[in-house]
Structures are given as structure tokens and as C-alpha cells.
Design a protein around this ligand. Sequence first.
Ligand SMILES: [Zn+2]
Length: 267
Amino acid sequence: MKKRYTTFVLCAVLFIACATSPTGRRQLMLVSEESAIAASRQAYTEMLKPYAQKGKIDNDPALKDRVDRITGRLIAQAIKMRPETKDWDWSIKIIDDSETVNAWAMAGGKMALYTGLVKKIKPTDDELAQVLGHEIAHALAKHSAEKMSVAMASSIGVVAVGVAADRKGLALTGAALAAALAVQKPNSRAAESEADQIGIELAAKAGYDPHAAVTLWQKMAKVGGKGPPEFLSTHPAPENREKKLAALVPRMMPYYEQKGDRPFYRL
Ligand SMILES: [Zn+2]
């Protein structure tokens, strides 16, 4: 409630800096999508660098093939939903870190999946499609630009940006730093609901069973270890997440059951 009020006040003060999300929610947009994309490109390279230096990117060919096949079908649907995203430089990298249960997407379709999610959740293709569809949905709905805007608008955010920069040792400043932090900070529950709705639709249209959206979150909640998986802290559950997803399934079934080959975007 408080967050919604803050967004409202900021929107009222900075009325030109507001946008409307695909589900009709008001979004604070101090950062244009173009600048969020440019900043994310820089942040992406910087965030992957430490893993690349240790040879921890895309080093399981079978997993890489599987993830590219699923992601390629999802991206084809994302482009149908927002045609201008065909010009995005889409990318997904698999980070070899078996302890981290996480995945994220930045503005402009720069994505990452940690092997910990595959190892600990043991997702079926349908469930993996829900994870990746959900991430793509965040990018499509401009949630990274929104999170960057919120961080930059609040003085607490600015201080946090400085502290986190120090802690993470990222050689990034300004918008690129905000882009890197955007994928490490929790989404709002409103943004989560949106990503759930758009993600299940992308996945169904790409030929993945919508029932898997429900089982995915059930599995996610059961992952053991110290504290909740990273994925759950950056993607906090909106109220009744599983129930809401289950309620969407009947509407998604016709997309899923469509005959014929699904379009594919070559990564
Ligand atoms: Zn999310």
C-alpha cells in the first residue's frame, strides 16, 4: 500500500515521467527504455565477466541446447506481443553456479540462468519455460526501467546504490549500476503479478503446459538450504500466487493446444 502511494505521489509530481504497464498499472519512468537497454548492455557484460574469467558460462552443451530451444520459442512469442523487440539483442547465458537458484532478465532481453535452479528445482521443460517466460515478461513490461527509476528517485536508493557498488565490486556507475542492481532487488508484488500473467501466456503460446506455472512455484517453495532461494527473494509472491496462476490455466489451454509448429527465434 505504502509503495503504491509513493509511486502515486512521485507520478503526480513527475507526471511526465509516468507510463502505463501492459496490465494498466501506473509505472514511474524516469529512465527511458532506450537508456535502460543501453545501461543493461553494459551491466550485463560486467556482471558476467567474473564468471567468464573462471570459465563458468555455458559450459554444459546439453543444458545450453535445452535452454536455447525453450528460450527461442518464448522470444518468438515475445516479439509477437511487442513487435519492436525483434530489434533487441536477445541473449541468455547459463552461469555455472550450482548453489544459486536464480534467473533474471534485464531491459533489452539480456538474460541469465544459474545452474543451481536446474539442479535444485529439476524443472521439466514446461516448468523451465515458465521461469524463462516470467523473466522475459519482466523485460517486456519494462520492469527493469521501472526499478532503475525507483532506485534513482529515492535518496535511500542512491545511498544503497553506493553501498551495494562497494560490496559487489562492480566497475559500474550511474545508470549501468542501477541496471545491475535492478536484477538483484526484489520486484514489487504488482510487477510480479504482471510477470506471472504475461509469462504464462508466452509459455502457453510457445507450446508449454500452463499447469507447470503452478507446479513450478510449488517446487520453488520446497527448495531447502540456507534461507529461501535467491529467485524467491527477487520475485516475491503476490497474494495467492498459485491460486491466481491456476485460475489462468483454462484461458491459456487453447494457446497451448494449438496445432502446428511453434515459431522459433534463433539465439
Ligand atoms: Zn518476477
